[in-house]
Ligand binder design. Structure first.
Ligand code: NDP
Length: 362
């Protein structure tokens, strides 16, 4: 038996109110089962929405772990190490690193027992850290697919076309900046102003160091002068902005859409401001802009092989130093960790103006 702890919830609500730490034991794996130990699991915004009960995919509450009431384990993404395998396991061995094939498996736990079919093996963990593997399947994949699948990729002129995005300092945003740099797409990045001008300048510089072409604040975008800035950056439109990535909504999203060249796409993948996306009719009628949404969970379930290829591509860039780590706020999880303290960390995820993404390590 392996002693295990999991951060579980048995009703929806705020993470600090409904999450609790549950201790249980995991038996030796049999058949195609695999026993795992946590390496790193991030706290993504969607994980919180899921616990609040406002996210469309809801893991079922089950009694498998022996909780007093049926429950679900929080978290959707993470890197785990194989500690033992059942006799029927074909492609995994002790010491291998794995990630979850699908979301909804529950990753905020010290140990887990899952079916081999639910896991993706990291074929070559050489040169990779648990953090890189544990955060590759949601944010980078989202950025990668939105760029690849929503513009006329084959027609794009390397180094002469742009994408624009808000939430540019998010995990997805940082991935989009680096993929853009890698693929010859210039990026116009929008972030929210920080508390002081120095902090704002430092954030802009941080994104430029990742490969951002231009970084502006939301405030700069919404006040006069932005049109001129865009005109100048894009050489009067000769370098068209072909794609907008929107994770904020509201006025911010409208401003992004207004910069797009005719026939371009705006892909909405998040709604951090909780404000609806409002579109001037002219953008639809005269510019023929196309407005799409993207949800990586659904995309990944439909395209499992392409998802693995996408992950491997990003991991290859990571190994060669072309894809940098996101800033994180590491929460070391050990046997003494209290449920309340872990739940507080989850609660902070949607706070805004954070210095890094929260990640559990064990
Ligand atoms: P991170 O936790 O890395 O970053 C959060 C981002 O949201 C930061 O840029 C933050 O900016 C911004 N933000 C927070 N609150 C607000 C607000 N009130 N108004 C405007 N911006 C705000 O996020 P992820 O990269 O993991 O996710 C970013 C978004 O993408 C989320 O909405 C998430 O749900 C969504 N997402 C969607 C996916 C999909 O498949 N559709 C997949 C992955 C993510 P600041 O620093 O200024 O607070």
């Amino acid at each position: 038996y392996t002693q295990a702890k999991a951060l579980v919830y048995s009703k929806y609500g705020e993470p600090k109110d409904v999450l609790s730490l549950h201790t249980h034991s995991i038996s030796a794996p049999h058949g195609s089962q695999v026993n795992l130990r946590l390496l790193t699991a991030p706290m993504n915004p969607a994980d919180v929405n899921q616990i609040q009960g406002v996210y469309p995919s809801k893991p079922p509450f089950v009694s498998t772990l022996g909780t007093a009431e049926p429950s679900a384990v929080g978290g959707n993404e993470g890197a785990f190490e194989v500690i033992s395998t059942g006799a029927g396991v074909k492609n995994l061995a002790k010491g291998d690193w794995v990630i979850m094939k699908k979301t909804g498996q529950g990753t905020w736990r010290t140990h887990a027992q899952l079916e081999e079919s639910q896991l993706i093996k990291i074929e070559n963990k050489e040169g990779l850290s648990p953090l890189q593997v544990g955060t590759v399947s949601v944010n980078p994949v989202t950025a990668y697919r939105m760029i690849r699948d929503f513009c006329e990729w084959d027609w794009m002129r390397a180094g002469e076309e742009w994408l624009i995005q808000n939430g540019a300092n998010s995990g997805v945003g940082r991935a989009a900046i680096q993929l853009g740099r890698e693929w010859g797409i210039k990026t116009l990045n929008v972030v929210r102003e920080r508390k002081t001008p120095e902090e704002t300048a430092a954030l802009k510089q941080e994104l430029k160091d990742l490969g951002a072409t231009v970084v502006v604040t939301e405030e700069e975008m919404l006040t006069g002068g932005f049109r001129d800035l865009v005109k100048e950056a894009t050489r009067g439109g000769r370098e068209p902005i072909r794609l907008a990535l929107n994770c904020v909504g509201g006025k911010n999203a409208t401003a992004l859409a207004k910069t797009l060249a005719p026939d371009s796409h705006m892909v909405t993948y998040g709604a951090m401001s909780k404000q609806p996306v409002a579109l001037p009719s002219g953008l639809l009628i005269f510019k023929n802009l196309i407005f799409d949404g993207f949800w990586v969970s659904r995309w990944g379930d439909k395209n499992p092989e392409l998802k693995e290829n996408t992950i491997n591509d990003v991991l290859q860039m990571t190994r060669t130093g072309r894809f940098k780590d996101i800033p994180v706020d590491e929460v070391k999880w050990n046997w003494k960790s209290e449920g309340t303290e872990l739940a507080e960390n989850v609660q902070g995820t949607l706070g805004g103006y954070r210095s890094g993404k929260g990640v559990f390590t064990f």
